[in-house]
Design a binder for this molecule. Structure first.
Ligand code: EPU
Length: 333
């Protein structure tokens, strides 16, 4: 019996996750639910926990790799939770608002601080959970309050200091507990300056990262004091291919879906990179991307690597078949 039968208008059954992730890969989930507002989201979230039904909370799918196969989960999407409210220098937004939209809204209001996040895809909820950012700062720098749902309990207002924000991490990852809305405190800055700054950050990203391709952004966290991209590059792995997944020639910490990659291709490439970087540098890279799998999922098993591997090869330089389309997709997320 479908435990979400009364939510038929917002529930899809047997939904392919390839349609909801920036990688464009992934298996099928039993239930995909799109609540219309934070109140409905919270009720569904609590109901799943009370029923012991396995859930995953999905933002815009930009930092998630869902294993191939069938998953008996309810995926609750935050995509439609997109309300926002400005009060003076404070901006309160729901978890599903796209980060790009938030940056543009703040710019329009003449409120500065979030421009270093320009060009980072995804939702506010995912960005806070991962404490997304770059060299110029991260989202936690301007976050002052968060409304958080707890499994089996009520929603609670929390101070930023209670969220365990660290380098690409927080207590909110994997939806347990889960962000409902966030409040940022920003500084007045002329809109024109903010616009110039936003364009500058996007330009920098375009020049150094393969933004036109399907990916999940940086695949590994930087190790303390080092750069994952540099280590992968120095290990000679740029251009390494498994199936239709490839290590970017432009930035080695990106794995790209050249068109028909599977999650298994990408998982195998991750394993290969981890092993090779460990062999060459003695550093064990840790994935930044969140890997979702069921116990029975086809796991990427560590395999011996070398010239004899049939599934690892070098590739031609990157040339997306439709760069403009792909770029539009990435930037509109
Ligand atoms: N490098 C190489 N080869 C490469 C890539 C990088 O030698 O293929 C070198 C660069 O030349 C540079 C160093 O590695 O000296 C660091 O590279 P970069 O400046 O590109 O920054 P990053 O540490 O790789 C981080 C974030 C990015 C963010 C950029 C810019 C992480 C894991 N990555 O990248 O975030 O966009 O800074 O601020 O923290 C993401 O989180 O998804 C992401 C892409």
């Amino acid at each position: 019996m479908n435990p979400f039968g009364d939510l038929a208008s917002i529930t899809r059954v047997d939904e392919p996750m390839a349609a909801h992730t920036s990688f464009g890969v992934g298996g099928i989930v039993r239930y995909f639910i799109q609540p219309q507002n934070t109140e409905q989201f919270h009720l569904i979230y609590q109901r799943c926990h009370h029923a012991g039904y396995p859930i995953r909370v999905l933002g815009r799918g930009c930092n998630v790799l869902v294993a191939d196969g069938y998953h008996d989960w309810a995926v609750i999407s935050t995509r439609r939770l997109d309300r926002y409210q400005r009060t003076g220098n404070r901006v309160q937004v729901d978890a599903g608002l796209s980060l790009g939209r938030l940056v543009r809204l703040a710019e329009r209001w003449g409120l500065g601080g979030l421009e270093p996040l320009a060009g980072i895809p995804g939702s506010v909820g995912g960005a806070v959970a991962m404490n997304a950012g770059g060299r110029a700062g991260c989202i936690g720098d301007h976050l002052v309050r968060a409304r958080v749902a707890f499994p089996g309990g009520l929603a609670r207002e929390m101070d930023t200091s209670e969220l365990g924000l660290g380098y690409r991490s927080s207590y909110l990852v994997d939806g347990r507990p889960c962000l409902l809305s966030a409040t940022f405190r920003l500084e007045p800055v002329p809109t024109q300056r903010l616009e110039a700054s936003r364009k500058g950050y996007i330009q920098q990203k375009r020049e150094s990262q393969p933004m036109a391709w399907r990916s999940a952004g940086c695949i590994f966290k930087n190790p303390p004091g080092g750069s994952a991209g540099q280590l992968i590059d120095q290990a000679g792995l740029k251009g390494t291919v498994i199936g239709d997944a490839v290590v970017s020639e432009m930035h080695a910490n990106f794995i790209l879906n050249r068109g028909h990659a599977t999650a298994t291709d990408i998982l195998r490439l991750i394993d290969l990179i981890v092993e090779r970087v460990f062999d060459v540098h003695g550093v064990r890279l840790e994935p930044e991307v969140k890997i979702w799998r069921s116990e029975h999922s086809p796991a990427a098993t560590p395999q011996p690597h070398g010239k004899e591997q049939p599934w690892a090869s070098r590739t031609a330089p990157e040339s997306p078949s439709s760069t403009a389309d792909a770029l539009t997709n990435v930037l509109s997320r």
